[in-house]
Design a protein around this ligand. Structure first.
Ligand code: ATP
Ligand code: MG
Length: 420
């Protein structure tokens, strides 16, 4: 028997209504903050991710679904959203748009070859936003505010926003030097990845999942002490505006994020809920100032975040928050014989084309079973069609909630339901 590929899942009707609910809310909040949707292809030139995400990251090293197409091009299923959005910004010359920053959001499946785990899939759906073109602490704050707004709008409470500044490229160069000095003498005590990282990107040693408890990680120099005055001031302005807005956060000097191009503000949102398992990160993001230039684009900066719907739903489950199931149809037609079933088919066609949701029995069941079916489908009204009804072209329109019925012609039934 062929099964769903490892690390992927079918989202059945018993779950899909939750996705619809969440996605609708995300679209609403994006609109509140005046972000517009962008849709980029599901696959891109492999080179895009190698360059933009960076050769020293897990995504590029271990997790990409890369293939040759029949034209011998190397393509990769999109593992993350920022690189494609930035590619599109550059390709469509959005730096010339009248409105800046260009504020974009996406809601799209991502693909990563990862170890399967609760909250970790090989295909997962990310909602992400990017504001490209302006560097201003107020935009960083807008983004954090939107992020908190999203999670709180579902009623989630056990949230912890963690922020840090990794400074500008200047500050980072100084900091990286200090890290190399700090780790070099004992780097052989670290995992293989970290031994590579010390040359390629020393800051990412602080992000290592294997070595996070090593004493040298705990005693490592703090990025804050290496921020130049400009970077410090930028960070202070972000924090004081967050205080102003009453958005609670913690500063974690070891928060460096996995990707190479981040500068200034970096952040993660964690769930504090018990039973959330090993995975606690709901969302991550930050400012990227070198990325556009690195991709041969204009000298512009951006900031963004991404969250997955899968982990958002896990967080809701962990806090016992239920999503309302809006199930129901306007009318269920019960039928007593074949001719009635035929007429019901015609009526359904008319009802639906007038915007009324309706259904009938297709299994020739007894009236009692059809009534049960109407209940299960949460029908607001029912009619029963038998010989009499067909000859009079009328039926009793029964309201299920009250039990009240009205004798109406077929045409009147359609009109009444349409008005309601
Ligand atoms: P992690 O440390 O959990 O691997 P990451 O740093 O790889 O996360 P990002 O690339 O920043 O994650 O992606 C942003 C968000 O997307 C994460 O915070 C998480 O909510 C979600 N996410 C990442 N990978 C997966 C996955 N394999 N399955 C489901 N959600 C994911
Ligand atoms: Mg990951």
């Amino acid at each position: 028997m062929i099964q769903v590929p490892r690390g992927t899942q079918d989202i059945l009707p018993s779950e899909s209504y939750k996705w619809q609910f969440v996605e609708k809310k995300l679209f609403e909040i994006a609109k509140n903050y005046n972000y517009d949707e962008i849709r980029t292809p599901m696959f891109e030139a492999t080179e895009l991710f190698v360059r933009a995400v960076g050769g020293s990251t897990d995504i590029v090293n271990k997790e990409m679904y890369t293939f040759q197409d029949k034209g011998d091009r190397s393509l990769t299923l999109r593992p993350e959203g920022t690189a494609p959005v930035v590619r599109s910004y550059i390709e469509n010359k959005m730096q010339h748009n009248v409105e800046q920053p260009v504020k974009l959001f996406y809601l799209a499946p991502m693909f990563r070859y990862e170890r399967k785990q609760k909250g970790r899939y090989r295909q997962f759906v990310q909602f992400g936003v990017e504001a490209i073109g302006v560097e201003d602490p107020l935009i960083d704050v807008e983004m954090l505010s939107m992020l908190m707004h999203i999670y709180q709008s579902f009623g989630l409470k056990n949230l912890k926003l963690v922020i840090n500044s990794i400074g500008d490229i200047d500050s980072r160069t100084q900091y990286n030097k200090a890290l190399v000095e700090h780790f070099s003498p004992r780097i052989d005590e670290f995992c293989q990845d970290c031994q590579t990282r010390i040359d390629s990107n020393p800051m990412r040693i602080l992000d290592c999942k294997k070595d996070r408890d090593h004493e040298l990680v705990k005693s490592a120099p703090r990025i804050y002490d290496y921020l130049n005055d400009e970077s410090k001031e930028y960070f202070e302005r972000v924090k004081s505006k967050l205080d102003d807005l009453g958005i609670k956060y913690e500063v974690d000097y070891n928060l460096v994020r996995g990707l190479d191009y981040y500068t200034h503000t970096a952040f993660e949102l964690m769930s504090d809920s018990e039973g959330f398992g090993a995975i606690t990160t709901l969302c991550g993001g930050g400012r990227y100032n070198g990325l556009l230039e690195m991709m041969d684009g204009p000298d512009k900066t951006g900031i963004g975040f991404a969250l997955s719907i899968e982990r958002l739903l896990l967080a809701l489950e962990a806090e016992g928050i239920e999503i309302p199931e809006e199930k129901g149809i306007d009318l269920y037609i019960c039928t007593m014989n074949d001719e009635a079933r035929d007429t019901a088919g015609t009526l359904l066609h008319k009802l639906r084309s007038r915007g009324i949701s309706a259904d009938m029995d297709y299994e020739n069941r007894k009236l009692k079973a059809q009534m049960k079916d109407a209940d299960r489908k949460n029908a607001s009204f029912t009619i029963v069609l038998g010989e009499d009804e067909l000859s009079r072209k009328s039926a009793d329109l029964k309201e299920m909630a009250t039990g009240e019925a009205q004798k109406l012609s077929f045409e009147e039934i359609i009109n009444t339901l349409e008005e309601l």
